[in-house]
Design a protein around this ligand. Structure first.
Ligand code: NAP
Length: 457
């Protein structure tokens, strides 16, 4: 039986690795999700087989409750709420790891390496649990999403973490002092809350990726504590992929980890709201339609506003209408457009826009100079030329979509309000830029109304 379980674990581990690989591209992502599901089913079955005696009523009850909660969530959760849903999953996973660690600690005296793994597991598990709940609350706006700061905050957090860590070391050295454990667990839980306080809601996706990696490391430590090799592998995969994702996001925003975690980003928005009024040129849906139909190449740069407006299906109709008229239409995908990695890919894939029309930033930037129209839809920061030259800008150094190099730029957004970084966008004041003020879905619908009339003309 032990051999069979080991084989099952190997297949399961291979499926988890393939899942991560396949999730890399929208073409294979569905297959990736399926592989992950089969891998998890095998992992659970293998673990049950390895333990000949177990209380199946409890396991069945947990599976039924999990399914009853999870399945409806999968259907009712809107795409824009995926970051908070992910935070909720991490909170549940981390709590599970922390509780298993706690149970193991009290179940029988542990020593040496296993105890070290248990302490790491519970420390990371408890702090990730409350940290993820905070992230979820901020994203869902049940908690204030602005950064909450106070004097010497980083010092207080540092002391708190050092104390929790110190108590963990104490427990490793003197495991018989079990009374320390609740204090250790309590401080870890509190640290998760305080760590998230100074982080703005808009930075949460990056923090969630980081918390994902903590939850993974906690599960990996749990694998060592329980001597379960698959848990070690799955936890390590989770931990490293979460870390890599947060590094990619930080790089694409040109921000450091320390800036995301301790920079209280998001307070700047107050300043930006007071930005001076400069003149911009605006255009009507009719004028926009005329410019689009006269173009031979159009590059659409989507951003967060597209997700808010849920305009992806209308954009698909616009893509079809223009393509039918012989216009070459492509989509420029910025790595951090929107509020979660792959946000634009997911939205545009939902509207069945052909994958080969979605071009990553590095590959499309060279094409803007030859492009007739760059149509920016609900994107702001990822198109701001200040990132290239204004050293005082908070987004200085962030790679952007070079939409300003196109012959004409049109921007659909509702107002002159700033985006995530809270700063004015100099793109809007260029002579070649036309502002199309309105909701992304409503304005695109208006453009579409103008286009068929012209086809027949
Ligand atoms: P953005 O800079 O946040 O700008 C979005 C714009 O959409 C806003 O200026 C808003 O202007 C407009 N908008 C909102 N609702 C709209 C609607 N219904 N119709 C039309 N427009 C609407 O977005 P972005 O250019 O996509 O840039 C993403 C930002 O998020 C970057 O700064 C990035 O660093 C950050 N970020 C991204 C991730 C990620 O993983 N993707 C993670 C963390 C942070 P109006 O209010 O005037 O309409």
């Amino acid at each position: 039986m032990a051999h069979l379980v080991n084989y099952i674990y190997i297949v399961s581990a291979a499926l988890f690795i393939l899942t991560l690989k396949w999730m890399n591209s929208p073409v294979t992502a569905r297959r990736g999700v399926f592989a992950g599901e089969i891998g998890m089913l095998l992992a659970v079955s293998g673990t049950l087989m390895a333990h000949e005696v177990f209380n199946w009523q409890w396991i069945l009850a947990a599976m039924l409750i999990g399914t009853a909660v999870g399945v409806p969530i999968a259907y009712i959760m809107p795409m824009t709420a995926v970051p908070q849903r992910t935070a909720m999953s991490h909170a549940c996973g981390a709590l599970a790891a922390a509780l298993v660690g706690t149970a193991e600690f009290y179940r029988e005296p542990q020593h040496g390496f296993v105890l070290v793994a248990l302490i790491i597991e519970t420390l990371l598990g408890f702090l990730t649990f409350t940290g993820s709940l905070m992230a979820m609350g901020k994203l869902q706006e049940v908690l204030p999403s602005r950064p909450i700061t106070y004097r010497n905050q980083n010092l207080v957090n540092g002391i708190l973490f050092a104390t929790a860590l110190g108590l963990g070391v104490w427990l490793i050295l003197t495991p018989s002092d079990t009374w320390i454990f609740p204090i250790f667990a309590g401080l870890s839980t509190l640290f998760g809350i305080l760590l998230l306080l100074p982080i703005g809601g808009a930075d949460m996706p990056t923090v969630i990726a980081l918390l994902n990696s903590y939850a993974g490391l906690s599960a990996c430590a749990m694998g060592f504590a329980l001597d379960n090799k698959l848990l070690v592998i799955a936890g390590a995969l989770d931990g490293s992929s979460g870390l890599i994702l947060s590094i990619i996001m930080c790089k694409a925003m040109n921000r450091s980890f320390t800036n995301v975690l301790f920079g209280a980003f998001g307070q700047l928005q107050v300043k930006a709201a007071k930005a001076e009024q400069k003149a911009v040129r605006s255009a009507s849906p009719e004028e926009a339609a005329a410019i689009l139909e006269a173009a031979s190449t159009v590059i659409i740069a989507p951003g967060y506003g597209l997700a808010v407006a849920q305009a992806q299906h209308k954009i698909r109709e616009l893509f079809d209408a223009l393509t039918r008229r012989g216009v070459d239409v492509k989509f420029a995908i910025h790595p951090v457009a929107g509020r979660m990695p792959g946000h634009m890919n997911v939205l545009l894939a939902e509207a069945d826009i052909p994958y080969d029309r979605l071009v990553e930033m590095d590959n499309i930037n060279g094409e803007f100079a030859q492009c007739d129209v760059a149509l920016v839809i609900g994107a702001n920061d990822v198109t701001n030329p200040a990132a290239r030259h204004d050293q005082s800008s908070p987004i200085y150094g962030m790679p952007i979509l070079d939409v300003d190099k196109a012959h004409t730029v049109m921007v659909i957004k509702r107002s002159m309000s700033p985006g995530f970084a809270g700063i004015d966008n100099e793109l809007y004041y260029l002579d070649k830029t036309l502002m199309l003020f309105g909701d992304a879905k409503a304005f695109t619908t208006e453009i579409l109304k103008e286009l068929p009339a012209r086809v027949g003309a």
